[in-house]
Ligand binder design. Structure first.
Ligand code: AMP
Ligand code: ZN
Length: 457
């Protein structure tokens, strides 16, 4: 087969690059996880759908993926400039629960959302609060190498010590410094960031002893420390949403480069935002949760379909009309694919075209269009089914899964009674029972000596 090799757009360098791994058939993938102080919104979930598509594409190319995702359950402050309250402590106050309780509650809710969207669970899920020692060690090494300084409220990374600080976002550190309008507090430069914050006078639920004083880790250090623990000093891919480019990932790169002398991951990929009326969605402001969509009668996989119809590097504007259209399209696809007969084989020409699209930086909208082309093509029905099923390994839309309807016990008992009547040759009673079952909305099909029952469509 002569399909195209996988190419991905690397934010570091801003080009489409052929994908090459460190170890031939293995991929180390780190995805920045959610901050669990509230429910995830549809925008957050778009980013995890993108990660899922990426992972499936890697698997389709034969790679064995070690997928690590963190849970930010401490240290993410309300402002990216290292000021303001910890989102967890604020969430706890709002909900009148402990920070530990809300972390667990919203982590579970997030994992349920992943499940509803058919997003594969990461191989390793790691919580920031369970890796405090690793983070302290990381900061200590940075300190020993001369990259830190202390203020009255914490230990900071000294970005001036790293000549190419900001290369991911192409940040102009000097320009930023000249026009200092960013919150600075006691920081020497606006691009410096907290590695360890002191609890100070504010009582906190989450705090730990450290060589510098009681406090909690900064947000960026958790990802670098845990990624290194589970994937090593250098691994293949680091992903997150586009908002991570100028601050979180820039700072992750800086601290790893300072400690280890090189960038932590070879490829940095970013999913673009979902917007509502061109506005940013946020957990606290304009919010849109998956369970709200489900309550309105949408299949969560209709949202998955909608996300697949846009490329991960373009903004997606959410509208109810587009979700309606996605739900209709998904239903039609499922009906068509599940009605096709078994026993065919995959069509190599379609597969080759499909993989070339996937490998062209995950061109999912075109891959979805190819699915429709396949179903409308002159290919025989059995081969169509086998090929559609292959495509669905990427889509994850469960296209040939027929809805299973639970049959009430009362109906099952009637079916059983009818069989007994038939055995005893009481055909009149048997017919009456069939009539009753039909009136209750179910159909009986006799297969030899037994019967099957299904809900009338
Ligand atoms: P958070 O829970 O805020 O830490 O965010 C979890 C993930 O969702 C991060 O990778 C963010 O970059 C991403 N994210 C936040 N808002 C959006 C949005 N509107 N659209 C897509 N991704 C988002
Ligand atoms: Zn991260």
């Amino acid at each position: 087969m002569s399909q195209q090799k996988l190419q991905l757009f690397n934010t570091l360098g801003r080009t489409l690059e052929p994908f090459n791994t460190i170890e031939s058939s293995k991929v180390g993938l780190y995805a920045c996880g959610p901050t669990v102080y509230d429910y995830a919104h549809a925008g957050n979930l778009r980013t995890y759908l993108f990660v899922d598509v990426l992972r499936r594409a890697l698997e389709l190319n034969g790679y064995d993926v070690n997928h690590v995702m963190n849970i930010t359950d401490v240290g993410h402050l309300v402002s990216d400039a290292d000021t303001g309250e910890d989102k967890m402590e604020k969430g706890a106050r709002k909900q009148n629960k402990s920070a530990w309780e809300i972390a667990k509650y919203f982590e579970d809710a997030f994992l349920d959302d992943l499940n509803s969207l058919n997003i594969a669970k990461p191989s390793i899920i790691c919580r920031a609060t369970e890796h405090i020692q690793e983070q302290i060690e990381f900061v200590r090494e940075l300190e020993q190498k001369g990259f830190t300084y202390q203020t009255s409220d914490g230990v900071y990374f000294d970005s001036a010590k790293l000549p190419d600080y900001g290369k991911l976002a192409k940040l102009d550190r000097e320009g930023l410094e000249a026009g200092i309008r960013v919150e600075m507090a006691e920081k020497k430069s606006p691009t410096d960031f907290a590695l360890w914050k002191f609890s100070g006078d504010t009582p906190r639920q989450m705090e730990w002893e450290s060589p510098w004083g009681v406090g909690f880790p900064g947000w960026h250090i958790e990802c670098s420390a845990m990624a290194e623990k589970y994937l090593g000093e250098v691994f293949d891919i680091h992903v997150g949403g586009e908002d991570h480019i100028p601050v979180h990932h820039t700072n992750e790169i800086a601290q790893c480069q300072a400690k280890n002398g090189h960038v932590q991951a070879n490829y940095w990929l970013h999913g673009f935002f979902l917007q509502v009326n061109k506005e940013k969605i946020s957990k606290s402001g304009t919010s849109l949760r998956l369970d709200a969509l489900i309550k309105k009668g949408y299949d969560p996989l209709a949202y998955r379909y909608l996300v697949l119809t846009s490329h991960y590097r373009s903004h997606l504007s959410f509208t109810w009309e587009s979700l309606d259209a996605a739900q209709t399209a998904l239903k039609r696809l499922k009906t068509k694919v599940s009605a096709l007969p078994e026993g065919g084989k995959v069509d190599q020409t379609f597969i080759e075209r499909f993989i070339s699209l996937i490998n062209n930086d995950l061109a999912m909208p075109q891959a979805i269009a190819l699915m429709w082309e396949l179903l409308g093509s002159a290919l025989n029905d059995g081969d169509k089914k086998a090929t559609a099923r292959y495509f669905d390994r990427m889509f994850g839309l469960e296209l040939d899964k027929v809805e299973e309807v639970e049959i009430p016990r009362e109906i099952l008992e009637l079916v059983e009674l009818r069989l007994q009547m038939k055995k005893q040759k009481e055909y009149k009673q048997a017919d009456e029972i069939r009539q009753k079952v039909t009136e209750l909305g179910y159909s009986i099909n006799d297969v030899g000596d037994s019967s099957t029952v299904s809900k009338q469509g």
